[in-house]
Ligand binder design. Sequence first.
Ligand SMILES: *[C@@H]1O[C@H](CO)[C@@H](O)[C@H](O)[C@H]1NC(C)=O
Ligand SMILES: *[C@@H]1O[C@H](CO)[C@@H](O)[C@H](O)[C@H]1NC(C)=O
Length: 178
Amino acid sequence: MYKVACIVFALFAVASAVPSAFDTEHVWKAGNLSYPFPGNAILGGFDPYGYNIYIGRVKYSNTILPARVVAETGVAYFNNQLTSSKATSYDLLVAGRNVNYLWVRSFDGLYERYAVSVGTSVYNERVFMCRAKTDGGLLIGSLFLSEKLCIIKHETLALRKFDKYEVLVGQPKNGTVF
Ligand SMILES: *[C@@H]1O[C@H](CO)[C@@H](O)[C@H](O)[C@H]1NC(C)=O
Ligand SMILES: *[C@@H]1O[C@H](CO)[C@@H](O)[C@H](O)[C@H]1NC(C)=O
């Protein structure tokens, strides 16, 4: 009986670990330091060194995560619930003709209408973009609605968790429906 339960559990665990997928609802452009930086990349804040950070995403450990991209150095900084890392190739969110990007105040993992997802996690949960003022910067972090927290960790700084934060939303302009 115990063995059967274990097998059923193992099957469930395998079934729920689906591959992550990139969001296709918004316009993302692949980038690295060799490519011209797109003029329509969207500014998301500034880092503790005063560099502007643009809104990006990377794939890490089978999860698509929001990234803080510095145009001058071509480095994308990002974090998940546990750790921070960086990458030298990334996607940048670029302005779409029919959408207005703005940050709205939110809290406790509420779903905000038109919240921008970067893609999905290894557990097939959509990952959203949040930001907060911390560590001398205005930093973009990862919002997993199920965790009810905006999680930010920049480089070697401490992991920060916010229950109040801003969420990036992409509002359709005048009546565009999607
Ligand atoms: C950027 O990507 C292109 C295409 O994959 C590659 O040829 C180039 O070496 C990359 N540049 C950097 C700085 O990583
Ligand atoms: C509003 O909608 C009209 C008709 O669909 C379109 O021509 C116009 O460009 C739109 N305006 C904006 C600001 O998107």
